[in-house]
Design a protein around this ligand. Structure first.
Ligand code: GAL
Length: 400
């Protein structure tokens, strides 16, 4: 999979790749996919286990198209856990006949017909997470011992994205890096381009070994639809910037925007910070019932462009104070994105300076939320930011 990993002869391309890697970055899985963080929708945060169905997935695909989110970049429609109905006598997985009566291939066709890509969920062990945590009764649906059978089935059905979730598979006596690598190789053997998303909740620092195995790796345990969960995940990403880049991304979990107790300010911060962190942007709310304010957040082209910047850098935290954070993300064209995140309980004037940001020269400062050009007297930028909200700027060099 990784051309640079095998063989004695190190090609010039590989040498240049290695020299160009940011410090700390291992070589990335070379499947040519996820050159920018994947964007799309996943069923889990919306419907969890028992309510997932082909209708829910079709509705999400239709809503992505109808609401203009496809044009904004949302692409992958992913069915999470609980689609499985069992394994047939031939060892092949089949879908739950009640909730997915048309089968997965037909569902993938439906999604593809709308100009989108289709994803699915499996696990390296014998039990899925829903088997363990949600009493999902269907057994024998993990990929252990069926890695190539399942990869071949996924490819035959038209799967473009696999989420492969650890789910305590150490209980099966397997080792996680080897198990994740086995499915990587099984997917490669199908010859179909399939984005490979792995999940072991950051338990064994997957950012250290993930780049060689997968296109994205979860960095934390599950997100929940409240500010305490979102902010504690942000807090844990600050050290991980060196490990992200084109083809291999830290995954602080799927978006909860539009769900639970998150306020509009918190939804904005959730989106702004996932963009700053070059995170996958996988929506997890009911897109058929998206209100205008939430839609405006997740469809904001400038914020999406920060996430999708082809340089593929993850933001670094420049300052952490009681009550606020300053983050800086390097972008293409000598530009930077800057986030001022109010972590405190009240509105506050949040400021930074070009000096603090480590940028020299003249820049035009644009508010990424509104597109308005900001004043920047003496290299100072900032504004009043509501509790749990985020001011987000793009700095573009001028006069050079
Ligand atoms: C969890 C995973 C969730 C979801 C769930 C399915 O382990 O973190 O994102 O996939 O399993 O059962």
């Amino acid at each position: 999979m990784n051309r640079c990993r095998t063989g004695l002869a190190v090609s010039l391309v590989c040498l240049i790749t290695v020299l160009a890697l940011p410090a700390g970055r291992a070589m990335a899985l070379d499947n040519g996919l996820a050159r920018t963080p994947p964007m799309g929708w996943n069923s889990w945060n919306q419907v969890k286990c028992y309510d997932v169905s082909e209708q829910v997935v079709k509705d999400a695909a239709d809503a992505i198209v109808d609401s203009g989110l496809r044009e904004a970049g949302y692409e992958y429609v992913v069915v999470d856990d609980c689609w499985q109905g069992g394994r047939g006598a031939d060892g092949r997985l089949f879908s739950d006949p009640e909730r997915f009566p048309s089968g997965i291939a037909a569902l993938a066709d439906y999604v593809h017909a709308r100009g989108l890509k289709f994803g699915i969920y499996s696990v390296p062990g014998s039990l899925t997470c829903a088997n363990t945590w949600d009493n999902y009764p269907v057994r024998g649906i993990g990929s252990l011992g069926y890695e190539q059978v399942d990869a071949d089935a996924f490819a035959a059905w038209g799967v473009d994205y696999l989420k492969y979730d650890w789910c305590q598979a150490e209980r099966d006596g397997i080792e996680r890096q080897a198990a994740f690598a086995e499915m990587r190789d099984a997917l490669a053997a199908t010859g179909r381009p399939i984005v490979y998303s792995i999940s072991e909740y950051g338990e064994t620092q997957p950012w250290q070994w993930g780049p060689d195995i997968a296109n994205l790796w979860r960095t934390t345990s599950d997100i929940a639809p409240n500010w305490s969960a979102v902010s504690s995940i942000i807090e844990r990403q600050a050290e991980l910037a060196p490990h992200a880049g084109p083809g291999g991304w830290n995954d602080p979990d799927m978006l909860q925007i539009g769900n639970g107790s998150l306020t509009p300010a918190e939804n904005r911060s959730h989106f702004a910070m996932w963009a700053m962190l070059a995170s996958p942007l996988m929506l997890g709310t009911d897109l058929t019932a998206l209100d205008a304010e939430t839609r405006e957040i997740v469809a904001n082209r400038s914020v999406i462009a920060i996430d999708q910047d082809p340089l593929g850098r993850q933001a670094e935290r420049i300052r952490r104070e009681a009550g606020y954070d300053v983050w800086r993300k390097e972008l293409t064209g000598g530009r930077y994105a800057v986030a001022l995140l109010n972590t405190g309980g009240a509105s506050a004037d949040l400021r930074t300076t070009f000096t603090e940001l480590g940028v020299t020269g003249r820049y035009r400062v644009t508010d990424a939320w509104t597109g308005q050009v900001q004043g920047q007297a003496g290299g100072r930028i900032g504004t009043s930011v509501a509790s749990h909200d985020t001011a987000l700027y793009v700095l573009t060099p001028v006069g050079r």
